[in-house]
Design a protein around this ligand. Structure first.
Ligand code: FES
Ligand code: FES
Length: 174
């Protein structure tokens, strides 16, 4: 039987966390499934699959994106960042991740990857957020375990640490 045009797999080339990557996807495959099952980037979680819970949040071409609302074919030629990009190495956590650990800002961890990606993206442009800013950002994420307060504390702590390290860098380079 002749294969329908819509069944054809597409070859997708993109940049994943700074490195060239590629894979095959059917036209209607979601970005979440592509990242997890084709690429092996399983840090991106899948919760509601309706753009509500935020568990699947990644950054595509500098924009915070719900990977469950995007088709894999749409990232052809794009730059994608996932939670795997946050740790400097396999045995070291990034600043935000360490703050989450210190403040017990995760329990089951299901929401955590998405929240970390949103926070990481936000703190790049907002180095001195207040609690209201962080709570506004978190309104796009559902967490059933923590009550959000430890996440807010961790985010504010990480923001201070990141601001301190960039000030130190400026002083060193001055
Ligand atoms: S799985 Fe994408 S927003 Fe819930
Ligand atoms: S830590 Fe369990 S849903 Fe957030």
């Amino acid at each position: 039987m002749r294969r329908l045009q819509s069944d054809r797999r597409h070859h997708i080339r993109f940049t994943l966390n700074g490195s060239a990557a590629h894979g095959e996807a059917e036209p209607r495959m979601l970005l979440t499934d592509f990242l997890r099952h084709q690429i092996g980037a399983t840090g991106t979680h899948v919760g509601c699959e309706h753009g509500v819970c935020g568990a699947c949040t990644v950054v595509v071409d500098g924009m915070i994106t719900r990977a469950c609302l995007m088709l894999a074919v749409q990232i052809d030629g794009s730059e994608v960042r996932t939670v795997e990009d946050l740790a400097p190495s396999r045995d070291r956590l990034g600043v935000l991740q360490s703050a989450f650990k210190r403040h017990h800002a995760l329990q089951c961890g299901f929401c955590t990857a998405g929240i970390l990606m949103s926070l990481d993206h936000f703190l790049r442009d907002h180095p001195a957020p207040d609690e209201g800013d962080i709570r506004d950002l978190l309104s796009g994420h559902l967490c059933r375990c923590t009550g959000y307060t430890p996440i807010v504390r961790a985010a504010l702590d990480a923001a201070r640490e990141l601001a301190g390290s960039s000030t130190n860098e400026e002083n060193t380079h001055a």
